[in-house]
Design a protein around this ligand. Structure first.
Ligand code: NAD
Length: 332
């Protein structure tokens, strides 16, 4: 794989968290581009099922490994994509210490691996480093508004620490690093019960259950289809950019409007039910993607209705839903 922004040639990549939602799509896209892939995962929130279809493809290996322990990869490595970490609120609230450990120790070990191999390192950071933002839309030079002792801090602060560690390795250890701040991404292989808004609404709509909207649903999110996010991450990986770089869709939607769109696309007549809003739930979320557009030539291409349609169709197949709802989701 050769990047546009540099003459970087990537023959072999390590993807930590490669059996998770985003990691499995990254493994697949890298293999499609002729890159050998070592997928490292301890299956804490991911599953071997996510990469089962890749087994047997030339150059693909899965290594069961906890990044917070000893990490070793024999042979050359040109790129380390560090994606290991619980990412959904349900997961990281259940696994607070594990989340902090993989953000700290796991990042340290992944950086050590990149240093040993002379590989480029890309950290999967998150829009959550902006917390409940006081700047809108969020630009990369905004420092954020995070509660360090709130329930979400285990994730937000782990990622902020991971960004600091990555920057320190770049400045004091000479590792070629990039930081990507990913905004809400959705698509096939999300878990129906992972607690994030899109899989929850889709599951509820397909089951004919009420769609549970937090608060009055006026809080906003910006959602990006997984293929676009993966293209953005790989564009950064192939460049020399240190970042941080926002990758996300700048089209902002309220959570209520999102629920209504999903209900319609799924052909469901579920009612909307308003439930209590979680502590420190951000009120707004929207990336400024000027940097990604200007420096990486990246912008999202898949319209939300199309991405949601594909995702609903995948969930319907996964959950064994047939009939009108499946046809509606597939656009039939
Ligand atoms: P996911 O839970 O599906 O994937 C995370 C993977 O990391 C899982 O397969 C899990 O088993 C693995 N993992 C966790 N701890 C590990 C450890 N100690 N050692 C080895 N493997 C470990 O989550 P995801 O949505 O695919 O997110 C992947 C990455 O992208 C995360 O770092 C997350 O913070 C970041 N991100 C995701 C989103 C999004 O919208 N999905 C947004 C922002 C940032």
């Amino acid at each position: 794989m050769t990047g546009n922004a540099s003459r970087r040639r990537i023959r072999r990549a390590v993807v930590t968290g490669g059996a998770g939602f985003l990691g499995s799509h990254l493994c697949e896209r890298l293999l499609d581009r002729g890159v050998s892939v070592v997928c490292m995962d301890n299956f804490l929130t991911g599953t071997p099922r996510n990469v089962a279809h890749l087994m047997g493809r030339p150059g693909f290996r899965v290594v069961e490994c906890d990044l917070t322990g000893f990490v070793h990869v024999p042979g050359d490595v040109d790129l380390v994509l560090h994606f290991a970490s619980a990412a959904s609120p349900i997961d990281y609230l259940k696994l607070p210490v594990e989340t902090l450990k993989v953000g700290g120790l796991g990042t340290l070990h992944a950086l050590g691996l990149a240093r040993e191999k002379g590989a480029r390192f890309v950290l999967a950071s998150t829009s959550e480093v902006y917390g409940d933002p006081l700047q809108h839309p969020q630009r990369e030079d905004y420092w954020g508004n995070v509660n360090p002792v709130g329930p979400r801090s285990v994730y937000d602060e782990a990622k902020r620490y991971a960004e600091a560690l990555t920057t320190a390795y770049r400045n004091s250890r000479g590792v070629d690093t990039g930081i990507v701040r990913i905004f809400n991404t959705y698509g096939p292989r999300m878990r129906p019960h992972d607690g994030r808004a899109i899989p929850t609404f889709i599951r509820q709509a397909l089951a004919g259950e009420p769609l549970t909207v937090a608060g009055d649903g006026s809080q906003t999110r910006s959602i990006c289809y997984v293929d676009d996010t993966v293209a953005g991450v790989l564009a950064l990986a192939c460049s020399d950019l240190a970042g941080p770089v926002n990758i996300g869709n700048a089209e902002e939607t309220s959570v209520l409007a999102l629920a209504e769109t999903i209900r319609e696309l799924a052909g469901s007549d579920s009612p909307i039910e308003f439930v209590e809003r979680p502590t420190d739930d951000p009120s707004v979320r929207c990336p400024d993607t000027t940097l990604a557009r200007e420096r990486l030539g990246w912008e999202p291409r898949v319209p939300n209705t199309e991405g949601l349609r594909r995702t609903i169709a995948w969930f319907a197949a996964e959950l064994g839903v047939t009939g009108d709802r499946t046809r509606a989701a597939a656009g039939g």
